[in-house]
Ligand binder design. Structure first.
Ligand SMILES: *Cc1c(COP(=O)(O)O)cnc(C)c1O
Length: 395
């Protein structure tokens, strides 16, 4: 008999009752160190006192009005995102997939508005992940996303991630944009090289294409800059954001330059919930914390501590681990084989992590994690690799 909850997830047999900072607790009080952050979402940790207070105060005042009316919190968050990024304008959504969808529509509407509606195709990367709606699984392009849901939405071409020659070769007179994640997340924490990002910007400018970054996972301070593309100094024309911006409250947004957003005029796009007063109170409070002096520097320092510890662990356990890679607190630990036994062992030792493509264990700690949490995680990872290694010898 089918379960009451539609069985689309393979779930781990644990439920949590409460959280505090980087820790989660089951109802019987067992404590886990949470290096999943709800898959890169709970950027400020669980039950952050400032966010809890902001939600309670806004909940007692006003939740929702619809976008028929002005929403001052939305205007404020949009202005602050504009002031801190390449963008001139922002559309608010409830999720990452909707933010990417808005970006796809922004691209198509741009070429329609400039009188070139035949240009609608978007070049995407292999192993990409952009969400689970029909258009975003088509942009992701992987068989495992599309299987059973075909036909794919038309308009997405795929080339090797990091491959500028393939990107150039895929351009036709129907190409409108290039869409990539500056660090592929689900694909296994694969950072784009800086020259690749520069090359994409040059190609986009040469052919009059829009450059579209999906920073749903790598944005909002995760890498130690507000957005990951800032490390390379390459700005997109359109960008999707979600996950960390609500720290667990569903918020997403699509940012664009004025030029890119030329077609997004009144009546063209909408969302009932997107940008409602409750969501915007949370988004503004999250941004307050991330923009505080020293916050991003803390992420850089903790990322460096985590990475140097992991590099030593990789060197000590070559039979289990192949490589540690990533930026800031977006880190992938590539295993020599299937990562599931290591993830299960880490969980047994009370550290929660998440799988990624290419035999990768993803470490996505809350950005508020300190030396204590980083060091505790490193110790568990080291011990777990030792325990796995011993198992391997015994069989
Ligand atoms: C998670 C993710 C999405 C989809 O976000 P949802 O909120 O699940 O719709 C899109 N792009 C990237 C890069 C992601 O990591």
């Amino acid at each position: 008999m089918i379960s009451a909850v539609m069985p689309t997830y393979g779930r781990i047999d644990i439920a949590f009752d409460r959280g505090e900072g980087a820790y989660l607790f089951t109802a019987d009080g067992t404590r886990y160190l949470d290096f999943t952050s709800g898959i890169g979402v709970v950027s400020l940790g669980h039950a952050h006192p400032k966010l809890a207070a902001v939600v309670a105060a806004q909940a007692a005042k006003l939740w929702h009005t619809s976008n028929m009316f002005h929403i001052p919190g939305q205007e404020r968050l949009a202005e602050r995102l504009v002031a801190n990024t390449f963008a001139d304008t922002v559309f608010f959504t409830n999720s990452g997939a909707e933010a990417v969808e808005c970006g796809i529509k922004t691209v198509r509407a741009h070429f329609d508005a400039v009188g070139d509606p035949g240009r609608y195709r978007i070049i995407c990367a292999n192993q990409a992940f952009h969400g689970r709606t029909l258009a975003t699984i088509s942009a992701g392009g992987q068989d495992k996303l599309l299987k059973g849901f075909e036909p794919a939405v038309d308009g997405f071409d795929h080339v090797g991630f990091g491959n500028l020659n393939e990107t150039r070769a895929a351009i036709t007179d129907q190409t409108a944009a290039i869409l990539i994640e500056p660090i592929q997340g689900e694909g296994g924490i694969r950072p784009a090289a800086e020259d690749y990002l520069h090359g994409l910007r040059e190609i986009a400018d040469e052919y009059g294409l829009l450059l579209f970054f999906d920073e749903v996972q790598c944005g909002m301070g995760r890498t130690g800059k507000l957005f990951a593309h800032e490390w390379a100094g390459v700005a997109p024309d359109v960008m999707a954001v979600a996950k960390g911006i609500g720290s667990g409250f569903p918020v997403g947004c699509c940012l664009a330059t004025e030029h890119a957003a030329k077609g997004m005029v009144a009546g063209t796009h909408g969302s009932t919930y997107g940008g409602n007063p409750l969501a915007m109170a949370v988004g503004n409070a999250v941004l307050d914390v991330i923009l505080e002096n020293g916050f991003l520097e803390h992420v850089v320092a903790m990322g460096a501590r985590l990475m140097s510890g992991l590099e030593a662990i990789v060197a000590a356990h070559p039979a289990v681990l192949a490589e540690a890679r990533g930026r800031g607190l977006m880190v992938g630990l590539a295993c020599t084989d299937d990562p599931k036994p290591l993830i299960a062992k880490l969980r047994e030792n009370r550290l929660l992590t998440v799988a990624g493509g290419g035999n990768v264990v993803r470490l996505l700690p809350p950005l508020i994690s300190g030396e204590t949490e980083i060091d505790a995680a490193l110790e568990i990872i080291d011990d777990s690799c030792t325990q796995l290694g011993k198992l391997g010898e015994g069989t």
